[in-house]
Design a protein around this ligand. Structure first.
Ligand code: NAD
Length: 330
């Protein structure tokens, strides 16, 4: 049984070798390719619609990790040629005022996508804020409508980090179908949507969380392990089976260093492939987020064209001429 398990997992990680160390699944080259394609597509969009779609980033009360993340996302906006608009709201704000600000962004035709930086201050209820985002602009898939679409397997906006953790496997040629896949973490933004996406890819998925007893018992069973717990070094080499493919989503700042949830030093002797931290899932997340922005902008532009056509037809009909004699719109 264990022999079979080992060979299956190793086969899923071509390029790994006990002497050379594990295969590193880096996100940066994949992200660079996505950004390059996006830059072309956004340029075409801007030429056609004569405006640059804006990503609005709502930040309620500043903290240090947010600042680092914000710099990265604003830089990615610049790279693909779109506007990033930082909407800073003071920490002493009321929940109603945050929702009013989001509703203003919902109504702004230049704003194609809205993300809200987490965590929010304790006095701002997360659910109220999430509910106030227009699902058509919810490009990080946190609104209940998009979360519902994901759980039913329909198209909607996916949470970008969860999507990145699956996309890095797919684009690295790692087969998910039929594999024993274990996800550590069940948050609405990462663990739970990652588990649903891996299920969509036909993995046999187990979800672990803070109340799981004997984590290692379950993680050792994994052929693919996705870790999103926010605990530096939670998963050590002795909790892994040989040849396992590991996606480390964790970003933990410890003593000025960025560390993952997997203890890389002990894990590298066991795994077949692993995403580095930093440089793994992180870069891909932003690129995917901006691909959602493009989709949102296209959907919204098409909806405006349809609404305009309907209004024009109604006006024509009210003026007494029939639409069949009118010139078709180009
Ligand atoms: P969260 O705190 O909302 O959720 C953590 C989850 O881990 C919970 O479901 C909890 O049950 C589980 N957990 C915590 N301690 C555990 C333990 N000891 N054993 C088993 N399960 C445990 O965090 P989140 O927002 O889901 O983020 C998870 C990690 O991913 C964080 O490190 C975060 O910084 C990182 N993250 C990375 C990116 C990226 O782009 N790479 C984006 C967002 C979040």
């Amino acid at each position: 049984m264990s022999d079979q398990r080992e060979s299956t997992a190793t086969a899923a990680a071509p390029g790994s070798s006990p002497t050379k160390g594990p295969r590193l699944l880096t996100g940066s080259p994949i992200a660079a390719q996505i950004r390059e394609d996006l830059a072309t597509d956004f340029a075409a969009f801007i030429e056609r619609h004569a405006y640059s779609p804006t990503l609005a980033i709502v930040l309620v009360g500043a903290d240090a990790p947010s600042a680092v993340y914000l710099e990265q996302i604003l830089r990615t906006c610049q790279k693909v040629g779109v506007q990033g608009r930082l909407v800073e709201i003071g920490v002493d704000v009321t929940p109603d005022a945050v929702c009013t600000e989001i509703e203003r962004l919902n109504a702004d035709p230049e704003v194609a996508g809205i993300i809200v930086q987490m965590p929010l201050p304790a006095h701002i209820p997360l659910r109220t804020v999430i509910d106030s985002i227009d699902p058509a602009k919810d490009i990080d898939g946190i609104h209940p409508r998009n979360a519902g679409l994901l759980s039913l397997g329909y198209d909607g906006f996916l949470p970008a980090t969860a999507q990145a953790s699956v996309e890095i496997l797919k684009r690295s040629g790692i087969e998910i179908a039929g594999k024993r896949v274990v996800v550590v973490g069940r948050s609405n933004v990462v663990g739970k949507p990652a588990a649903l996406l891996l299920l969509r890819e036909h993995g046999s998925v187990t979800v672990l969380h803070s109340r799981t007893r004997d984590l290692g018992h379950h993680t050792r069973d994994a052929e693919i392990l996705v870790v999103a717990a926010g605990r530096a070094g939670l998963i050590t080499g002795d909790m892994l089976s040989p040849g396992v493919v590991v996606v480390d989503v964790g970003i933990n700042v410890v003593g000025g260093k960025i560390l993952g949830d997997v203890d890389f030093e002990s894990a590298r002797h066991v795994v077949g492939a692993i995403t580095p931290v930093p440089g793994g899932v992180g870069p891909l997340t932003n690129a995917l987020l901006l691909s959602h922005l493009l989709r949102a902008a296209i959907d919204q532009a098409q909806r405006r064209v349809r609404a305009h056509a309907t209004t024009s037809a109604a006006a024509t009909s009210a003026a007494g001429s029939t639409p069949s004699t009118a010139r078709p719109t180009q």
